[in-house]
Structures are given as structure tokens and as C-alpha cells.
Ligand binder design. Sequence first.
Ligand SMILES: Cc1ncc(COP(=O)(O)O)c(C=O)c1O
Length: 451
Amino acid sequence: MKKLRTLSSSEKAGHVFYRKLDSPLAVAKKAKGVWIEDADGRQYLDASGGPVLVNVGHGRNEIAKAVYDQIIRCDYVHGTMFTTSVVEDLARTLAEYSPQGIDRFYFLSTGAEAVETAIKLARQIQIDSGRPERFKLISRWKSYHGLTLGALSAMGRTYFRVPFAPLLTEVVHIPPPYCLRCSYGLTYPQCGLRCAFALEETIQNLGPDIVSAFLAETVSGATLASYPPPPGYFKIIREICDKYNVLLILDEVMSGLGRTGRWFASEHYDVVPDIVTLGKGLSGGVAALSAVGIQARYFDAIKKGTGNFVHGGTYSHHAVAAAAGLATMDILKREKLVERVDRYGKILGEKLKKQIGASPFVGDIRGIGFMWGIEFVKNKKTLEPFSRKDKVAERLWEALFARGIITYKSTGLAGIDGDALMVAPPFIIEEKEIDLVIDNISQVIEETLSQ
Ligand SMILES: Cc1ncc(COP(=O)(O)O)c(C=O)c1O
């Protein structure tokens, strides 16, 4: 008889290759509104909406019904064989709320896939606009664009890149607009937005005729823990892109669809992208759904030129995922949640600053809408970060989780060091729940870092 291998205690749990291998995960059983309940009946306030995506709240009946109805009506058709009314309706709804001129949408499953698609689309647009020599992508350090190889090549989070560096394609990175730790050692506004002009310098250095696109998060999200760009940054970026025929791809996978208190974060900065990526909040986490939006003129150029976009997969333009997206958009509109984020986001920011801003371990609190970051430092005056070895973000995060408060971690903000937590709740959170989150953060900072 075959001898069975003895299982280690972690393996005994089952056969899942977990995303986190260092400690066992709680088993989630229920999720409703802003609350999650585990198998032991413990309640967690989801103050980060998972990885910043549960925008309309957990467990919405309207979305469940829309998904169910779509499965019964028409569950799957291949995107090269059919379109569906739900996909058409979702694209029409997105076009209504999108930055000027963005009116064609390609649907995919994940944010990383949307980013990869945008990079390929930019190349295709350049070819079909009579500039076939353009292929090079420029992006930014300290960015987050997803973990598949193309998106990871564009991403600027060192810790995630290093193990896979030999597999990455060559994307050129410029410094981010991260005024707290300016790469040039300058101060806004005397800096003259040196970091924006780094784009022009890089385009020229590479050879202006080979650059296809510049990719940037409108508001730096997961890596820089919600760092909005300084005023004027995107005006300069847009002008440089126009001057050199470089396409501007804004990654709004995290910041899009209401998270910043506007339908698109780009509205805050008066910039219109050529290509925009969406994901996360598009379905609020219910279905794997992302999208790439492009200007109509580029869609026309592709149609007239190559005639097709050589791309897509089994799950592109998925009707059931689109049903979840459409129902989510309906909730955002009907309950005026984007306006709510604008109003309550200011309250959240003010309360965070008032209650924990004075802590000697808090170097900065920044954000917009329901996308806030708290950056922790060893020395408030010099902004010296904690060493990564101290695992400050992890310890704070775990202490909060143990109290039933869920936040989102960022690390590596200061060179390879640096720690931050993001507070990015569902749009329906109540003020007393905001207070509960901030009270707990305040106590956990004190308990964890004052020892
Ligand atoms: C701005 C941005 N782009 C892309 C992604 C990747 O999305 P996904 O994890 O769905 O692939 C993320 C995820 O955090 C993101 O924040």
C-alpha cells in the first residue's frame, strides 16, 4: 500500500496554495455592507474595501440579482462571435461618465490585464496612426500596475520586481510626483515640477520617435499609499505627451469610478487621457471585471488601419461580469455615492489629521476622497523611515486586524524602506464607523510603536 506523507500543520488545513504562507488565514463566512464576519463569529470593519475595491459595500442584493438574471438569460458567449445588450449598456454608461472623448471600452478581467491591454493598444494606435517605429513605454518608479509580467515591467515597486527582474521587459521609469520625498531634493512649488519635466528629458534621451506611451496612476495608490499629484503636474505631462505624439495612459484601476469623489480622478487635475484603465470598483469585487477606455478617434484609426486589435481572451467582454458592472454603476448613480465620497472623504481626511497627525510616528497623512494614506516614520522632523526589518506596516496592520479593523499596507515608500497604511472604506461607511476606525488606528500606533 502507498505510504502517505505526513502533513505539516499548515498543510493540514487543505490543498490551497494561499497568497500568504507565513501565518494561517481567518476563514471569512459573511460579508455585508462594511462588515465581514469570520467562521468564529468575529466581526471586521472593512476600512480598506479589500485592496481598495469594495466601493458600493459587500453583499448588494441588486448586484446579486443582476448577475443571477444574466446567468439565466445568457451566461456566456464568445466575444468574437456575439455582443450582448449588457456589455453594450455598460460601455454606454461608462462613456457617459468618462473624460471627454473616451467612448470605446474593451472589457477584461483584472487590472493587470487592463494595463497590459492599454500598453498593447498604445502600440497598435501608433502603428495605425502612421508611426510604426514607436514602441517604448515610459512609466514611474513607486507605481503599482499589477503583477503579470507586462504590468510588472511597468510597475515601479522594487520589492515586487526584484525576484522576477530577469523576466521583465524594458520599460523606462521616471521619478514619481512624491513631494514628501522628492527624488530631486526640491520643494513644491519652487521645484517648477521638475518631476514632470523628467518625462520630456527621458523622451528626448530615448529618441523622441520611438516612444509610444507614458503610463501613470492618476493618484498614486498601492505603492505610495494614496499620494495625489501636486497641482499643475498633469497639465505639463499632457503638454509633453502632445508635443511628442506620446499617448497618455492613466491607470484609474484604483482611483476611478468614484473613489476620489469624482467619477474619474483625472477630473480633479483637468487632464484628459488618451487611454484609461479601470478595474476594482467597476464591479466592486463581485466579478473579475476591468476595462480599457480609449478616445473614439483612436478606435477609428485602428478600424481604418490594421482593421482589428489582435488581442482578447476567453473571458473578455463577459456578459455576467458586465451585469455586475452595470448594476454597480446603477447603485453609484442612484445612491449618489460619488458625491457622498466627496463629502465624507473630506471628513475622513480631517479626522485622520486631527486625531493622529500629531503622533511622533506619523510623518504624513495625505489623500483624496476615500483614498487616504498614513506614512509612518522613525523621526518626524527628518522623515527618517523605519527600516523594513522592523516590519512596522505589517505589525500595525496585524494589530488592527486583531481588533477587527481592516486597512491596506504599503511598504518601500522611502527607497527600500518605509511603511504606510491606507484607509479606503466602502462609499457607504457611516461617520461613527469612520470614528471607530480612527480610534483604533490611534490606539494601535501608540501600543505598537511607543514601546
Ligand atoms: C492602479 C492599479 N493598476 C492595476 C492594478 C492591478 O489590478 P489587479 O490586481 O486587478 O490585476 C492595481 C491593483 O492594485 C492598481 O492599484
